[in-house]
Ligand binder design. Structure first.
Ligand code: ATP
Length: 320
């Protein structure tokens, strides 16, 4: 795939201002299948212009929530609002591109002919569909395999075709349920690039994934589900900042530093010639003050930024 393909982007100027209504909003959303509670009273806003990563262990309700958002599954209770519409979700759908499990492609048609069929039902596409179809195929790296039958596609190629269908016309919201499922590393990079292009163009993206490093690389916001409930949601940088880990202190006398910091109430200990102050005990100014009082020279106080992997593990293990 070449990166030169021009994205059929939605102009930023046509999007709501920051602070405007969210692209999607759910309130007290619930779905049960018999005795199984798949989604259990979720309240969530997907801010306009954000790339929101939806995370959660297997079976935590991500796909069910996404399907309710797209009107593919009827909620047992609660409310869904999509691009400002709550009663008439169908009216919002032409502005929503989606890659969800099991796209209905015809096995005996080529990838390109499948997309041409999909284009014929796109209300937002008038005129000759071949240009947008070929651009979408190029954009997802499927141009070379476009004339092969869908039946012979690998899982990754099927995913790419589903992504191309979601990108056929400019969208205000693109929903991708595990888009990197079955993709090789190049495919994963392609998805990352497509998401970045969408974000750049001001399109809101909702992305569910188990690849935390990918989510950390492309998402501005995250929502973490567990057992059908929302554990946390918000801006990724704030969540990582709030969940930041230990402080690492470099002093001219680590032994004296540990003694001083323990006396000040931190369970400090030595590591690799430095002093570690566990998270949630002393703040950096309190660490510096305690060391200065004890006449221990301070060279550096550093807080290693938490990674999404640690945050996710902590949240889901605490709640398990
Ligand atoms: N059609 C269905 N009938 C019965 N149970 C269902 C159905 N769809 C989902 N479930 C159940 O609802 C729960 C949530 O499933 P869901 O697929 O939404 O989770 P998920 O977070 O997307 O999981 P994964 O990460 O494995 O894709 C699971 O217990 C699942 O078995």
């Amino acid at each position: 795939m070449t990166a030169a393909t021009t994205a059929p982007a939605v102009g930023k100027e046509s999007l709501p201002d920051a602070g405007a209504a969210p692209a999607a909003r759910v309130r007290n959303l619930r779905k049960t299948f018999g005795n199984v509670v798949a989604v259990d009273g979720v309240d969530l806003d997907i801010p306009a212009g954000s790339v929101l990563g939806m995370l959660g262990p297997n079976g935590s309700g991500k796909t069910t929530l996404i399907r309710m958002l797209l009107g593919l599954t009827r909620p047992t209770a609660g409310r869904v609002e999509l691009l400002g519409r709550d009663h008439d979700l169908a009216a919002a759908l032409p502005d929503v591109g989606a890659l969800v499990e099991g796209p209905g492609f015809h096995p005996f048609l080529s990838g390109r002919d499948n997309l041409l069929r999909a284009a014929a039902t796109e209300p937002r596409l008038d005129g000759d569909p071949r240009g947008p179809v070929d651009a979408a195929l190029e954009r997802v790296g499927l141009a070379d395999a476009a004339r092969r039958r869908y039946r012979g596609y690998s899982l990754g190629m099927k995913q790419r075709l589903g992504l191309a269908a979601a990108l056929l016309v400019p969208r205000r919201l693109v929903v991708l349920d595990e888009p990197t499922n079955g993709l090789d590393p190049a495919g994963t990079r392609d998805v990352r690039r497509v998401v970045a292009e969408l974000h750049e163009a001001g399109t809101t993206v909702l992305l569910s994934s188990h690849l935390l490093a990918e989510v950390e690389a492309v998402c501005s916001h995250v929502a973490v589900l567990q057992h059908g409930s929302l554990l946390v949601s918000g801006e990724l940088s704030s969540l990582l900042e709030a969940g930041a880990g230990e402080l690492v202190v470099t002093t001219d006398d680590p032994a004296a530093g540990v003694v001083a910091l323990r006396a000040a109430g931190a369970g400090a200990y030595h590591r690799d010639g430095g002093v570690v102050v566990p998270a949630g005990t002393l703040s950096p100014p309190e660490v510096v003050a305690a060391l200065v009082r004890a006449e221990v020279g301070v060279w550096e106080v550093r807080r290693d930024r938490a990674h999404l992997e640690e945050l996710f593990a902590r949240l889901t293990e605490e709640d398990a």
